[in-house]
Every structure is written in structure tokens, then in C-alpha cells.
Design a protein around this ligand. Structure first.
Ligand SMILES: [Mg+2]
Length: 577
């Protein structure tokens, strides 16, 4: 039989003692030993925390106070390797201090022999294994292997501490199965146990890495959702949990199905301490149970009504595409030198059957969570191809059309090939488009998106950086990307006449962008003063209510047909004033 290998870390400053210890370990016949030597106490903690050693021998003779500090730090960092202290003489006081600071045992160097050292190491490792197993049994549910009530309480306390420091709000979900008793009665407890195991497994798979799930009773579970910034996040996860729990199970050839009711308590609205939060989540769970079918309920009325609104919006948004309720509006981009329309940005709107025209800010977040960003994005591209073909048929001189491309869509696999296939099937040249990417998203993913941008640019698509000034990018960073245009964020543009800092930022951005041969567009221009500032500082284009609000396709083509006559005259007369 192969002998077990025990990996030992020796922390000791003297090479002769290292040699002695190596000889002694070598003489032990029952196990093989692999020793790592750390001679510098300054690097000792790092070595102790590396989870590769079975036991640590810490020479206490050299600077006991440093050793004691090391023991405490190791324990504070969650070091689970047993640590044996080596002392020069028998010194009960020193030994007690070492054990108190976290040492597993101690050895007197003068009295060491092969047997003593073998036995002490073996005992220390066995004791640590037993402790670890006990801790596991105490904190994990024996049936499902997921955390039990004890560990859940511990995690809830930690979440409360973090939230109290202002770090992160969180939500507590209390989940109870519907119809579990019937399963137990009909099929017996063994099958009931298997069902509970299956549910624990599905729950563990559907939560995020930062969340935690626990079994706290027969068919009761809790889920701790960390960093939930909106009711939407929580609703999405609660609905996902209901979906996975209510999926049928096949256990020993039997199809079975249970429902689930979830009560949700959000910190701090539903309570600031563990007892209150659990009580309120439990109360909300009973409310959910009183409703037909599987449901979730928040403890607070406000969140329940937000959740209802959210659900309604989700359903309506799914229908919006097929009901042809989405529309594009067109906002001209105008040259500050000639007053002519030099481009146009297509903007998404939703003709809501009851609420009228909705702006993207009112539904894009929901679209993102429903996974609808991609289909909506491709709908926009398809529709623009049709509109461009219509403009061509009307003999309107070609204009480059900008559209906002969501970062999630750009990063999706097949984005480049899907764009190519849409353009080729619609017979529209790529050179008719400019994709606007939000500066903040580009900066965060510079390396991931560069290749795709280059591929599309080769086809003829241009790129603009949207909302420039809000993403903290440095211009040299951006030189790697095939960008031709910067769109200055309206939050700066709209302050140039009232705030000196904004004025200097805009002036500097225009100057730097021109140095890199980029075209600069001022967004959200609303007043004569803002326009005059941009003209004076040689900004290239403007977009905003000052020239035109976003227009329907009909109004926009009408404006283009009049360009050079009415529209341009109006604009120039304003310039002349
Ligand atoms: Mg834009």
C-alpha cells in the first residue's frame, strides 16, 4: 500500500534546525513527509494561508510576540491547518498563550524524537479533521447538503453587518412548498425526501454566486439575496425560483409536482434585525400561500404594487413587438458650420396602448431582464433598413443613420454575423449606418469589443461614442478602437453657459478630440447660448431640441425635403441674430 504523504510547513530561521527536522521526518516510516521551509517570518502568514499544507510547525523560540501575532492573524484569516509550536524549554505560560492564540499543540525542541513528532503531528491532523467534520455536520443539512438554519442565521447576521455599514441592501426570501404533504402521503417519506433533495439542488443552481440558500425545516427554505438594488432584481429571482420549483420531478419513474409560496422581506424596509426580517418574510409567505397557485408576496404594500406593475410591464413588453407597438423617431444631426442636416439618430419609442408614447428609459431595464434587448435591437436594424429603402425611393440624398446599440447586444455571440445577414438580406449598404456605443460600456470592455468593431468597420459601419464625458475614458485608450465620432453628453452641454467647470471640460474635450481627428457632436443642445458656445469652440455638429425634437418618419422626411429651403432658413436666421 502506498504511504500517505503529509505536507509540512516549517517556519524557522535556522538552517541547522531545518536540517535536523528534515532528518527526523525522514526517519518516520509510517508516512512520507514533504517539508517546505519558510525562513523569513515576514512571509510566514502568506505561507500559512496557502491551503496546501497538512500541518504547520512554527518555531516559537525566535520572537514569541511575533509568533503569537502570526497565530492570531492566521486564525482571523480562517486558516484551517493545524499549527504546532516548537519551544526551547518547557514554559507553561508561553504554551498557554500559544494555545490561546490558536496553536493546536506544542513540542519542546530538546525532547523531540521520531515517535513524539510522528504522534503529535498525526493527532493534530486527526483532531482538525474531526473538528471540520463536526462543523460541517453542525452547519449543513444532512439530507440535502445545503446550509441549515444555524449557518443561515450566521449568514444573515453577516449580511446585516454589511448592510449596516451601508454596503449593500439585501432581500430575505422565505419559501414553503405547496402540496408537499400530499406527496408524502401518496408516495411515502422516502420519495418526499428525494423531492426535497431535488428542490435543494435546483434552488442552489438558480441563485447567483453571491446568494445563499438554506433548508430550515421539513419543506421550508430560505434564500438570501445580496446586493439587490431594485424590486425588479428580487422579482426576477423570485419568479425564477417559482419556475424551477414547479417544474415536474421524475423520481423513481414517478412524475410529481409541487408548488411554492415565497414571502419576501427587504432590508431595511421590512426590518433592521434578523428576528424582524424573518418574522416579516414568514408573514408575507402566508399571504402568498393564501393566493391561488404559486406566488410571491413582499412584506411591504409598496413593493407589492411595484411588483404588480413590473409584471404587467413585462407581459405588455413581450406583446409590444408582435403588436407592432414599437416605433422609431428621428432626430437630425446638424453641421454647426453649414446649418445642414448631416446625419440622423434613430430613437426607439413604444406606443403603449394606454400610457401613450414611452421613452426607452421607461422600459429598457425591463427589456434587459426579460432578455428582449437583442430581439428589440434587431427589430430596430430591420426597420431602419426598410426606412432607408423608402427614403431612397423618395430620392432623398443618402444620410448616415445612427442607432444606439446596447452593450449586451454588441457582446452577444453572432452579433457581427447577424448584422451582416440582416443588411445583406435587406440589400442596404453598411456604410449607411453609424452604431452609437455608450462610453461607459466601451471603457469597461475595451478588449472584448475591439475585434468585433474592427470587423464591422471593415464592412463600412462607423462608430460613435455616446454620452461622452460620463465614462471616465482616456482618449489614448480609445485610439485602439475604430471610432470616428464623440457625442458630448448633454449633462455637460446643457451647463456650458451656467457652470464654468462644465464649460472648460467641454472646451477641453473638443480640443482633444480634434487632436485625434474625431468629429464632435454636442448632444441635447436646447438654447441659443449653448449653440453659440459650441460654435465658438469649434464643435462640429449639434443635436437637440434647439434645432429639432425627434420626429416621426413622415415629419422627418418632410423636413429633409424642405432642407435648404424652410428648415435651413429658420436655422440660419437664428444664427444671424
Ligand atoms: Mg445616442
Amino acid at each position: 500500500m502506498q504511504k500517505p504523504i503529509i505536507r509540512v510547513l516549517l517556519i524557522n530561521a535556522h538552517s541547522d534546525q531545518y536540517v535536523d527536522m528534515a532528518k527526523m521526518l525522514d526517519a518516520i516510516s509510517v508516512s512520507d513527509y514533504e517539508m517546505t521551509w519558510c525562513a523569513d517570518y515576514r512571509h510566514a502568514l502568506e505561507a500559512m494561508l496557502a491551503p496546501i499544507h497538512d500541518v504547520i510547525l512554527l518555531d516559537y523560540e525566535h520572537a514569541p510576540h511575533i509568533c503569537e501575532e502570526l497565530l492570531r492573524s492566521a486564525s482571523a484569516h480562517g486558516c484551517t491547518t493545524p499549527i504546532l509550536c516548537l519551544t526551547a524549554t518547557v514554559n507553561p505560560e508561553l504554551d498557554r498563550a500559544a494555545i490561546k492564540a490558536g496553536a493546536a499543540d506544542y513540542l519542546v525542541k530538546d525532547r523531540l524524537d521520531v515517535d513524539i513528532i510522528e504522534r503529535t503531528i498525526r493527532y493534530a491532523i486527526d483532531r482538525k479533521n474531526a473538528e471540520t467534520e463536526l462543523a460541517r455536520l453542525a452547519h449543513y443539512d444532512a439530507l440535502t447538503g445545503i446550509p441549515n438554519r444555524l449557518l443561515f442565521n450566521d449568514r444573515l447576521d453577516r449580511a446585516l453587518q454589511r448592510a449596516d455599514r451601508g454596503d449593500s441592501p439585501f432581500a430575505l426570501l422565505y419559501l414553503d412548498l405547496d402540496g408537499f404533504k400530499a406527496v408524502n402521503d401518496a408516495y411515502g417519506h422516502d420519495m418526499g425526501d428525494k423531492l426535497v433533495q431535488g428542490i435543494a439542488e435546483r434552488l442552489s443552481q438558480c441563485i447567483r454566486r453571491t446568494d445563499s440558500v438554506a433548508r430550515i425545516g421539513g419543506d421550508e427554505f430560505t434564500v438570501l439575496l445580496e446586493k439587490t438594488t431594485s424590486t425588479n432584481d428580487t422579482v426576477t429571482i423570485a419568479q425564477k425560483i417559482i419556475d424551477v420549483v414547479t417544474e415536474p420531478f421524475n423520481i423513481n419513474g414517478q412524475q410529481m409536482r409541487v408548488g411554492s409560496s415565497i414571502g419576501i422581506a427587504v432590508y431595511p424596509e421590512a426590518g433592521r434585525d434578523a428576528t424582524t426580517l424573518i418574522k416579516h418574510a414568514d408573514m408575507a409567505m402566508y399571504e402568498a400561500k393564501a393566493m391561488q397557485g404559486s406566488n410571491y408576496r413582499f412584506f411591504t404594500a409598496k413593493m407589492n404594487s411595484e411588483a404588480v406593475d413590473q409584471n404587467r410591464l413585462d407581459l405588455e413588453l413581450r406583446a409590444a413587438i408582435s403588436n407592432d407597438e414599437l416605433a422609431l423617431f428621428f432626430q437630425p444631426r446638424v453641421s454647426l458650420r453649414t446649418g445642414q442636416i448631416v446625419g440622423v439618430e434613430a430613437l426607439l419609442r413604444w406606443h403603449h396602448p394606454e400610457r401613450g408614447i414611452l421613452l426607452p428609459g421607461e422600459f429598457i431595464q425591463a427589456a434587459k431582464q426579460l432578455g428582449l434587448l437583442e430581439p428589440i435591437g434587431y427589430w430596430v436594424l430591420n426597420r431602419l433598413c426598410l426606412d432607408i429603402a423608402k427614403m431612397d425611393a423618395m430620392k432623398i440624398p443618402p444620410l448616415r443613420v445612427s442607432l444606439n446599440v446596447a452593450h449586451e447586444q454588441f457582446m452577444a455571440p453572432n452579433f457581427v454575423s447577424t448584422v451582416e445577414s440582416i443588411l445583406s438580406s435587406m440589400k442596404i449598404s453598411a456604410s449607411r449606418f453609424e452604431f452609437e456605443l455608450a462610453e461607459s460600456a466601451v471603457v469597461a470592455n475595451l478588449d472584448d469589443i475591439a475585434d468585433d468593431m474592427v470587423l464591422l468597420e471593415k464592412q463600412g459601419i462607423r462608430f460613435a461614442l455616446d454620452g461622452f464625458g460620463t465614462g471616465y475614458s482616456s482618449l489614448p485608450q480609445l485610439q485602439k478602437l475604430p471610432i470616428t465620432t464623440l457625442k458630448l453628453d448633454k449633462s455637460y452641454v446643457q451647463k456650458v453657459t451656467v457652470d464654468k467647470d462644465s464649460a472648460s471640460v467641454v472646451r477641453a474635450m473638443i480640443y482633444m478630440a480634434h487632436g485625434l481627428e474625431l468629429t464632435v457632436v454636442g448632444e441635447g443642445v436646447e438654447t441659443e447660448g449653448q449653440k453659440a458656445f459650441l460654435v465658438k469652440n469649434r464643435c462640429d455638429h449639434l443635436q437637440g431640441f434647439f434645432y429639432s425634437q425627434p420626429l416621426s418618419f413622415e415629419d422627418f422626411t418632410q423636413l429633409l425635403n424642405n432642407e435648404g429651403t424652410t428648415a435651413r432658413r429658420t436655422y440660419l436666421s437664428i444664427v444671424d441674430k
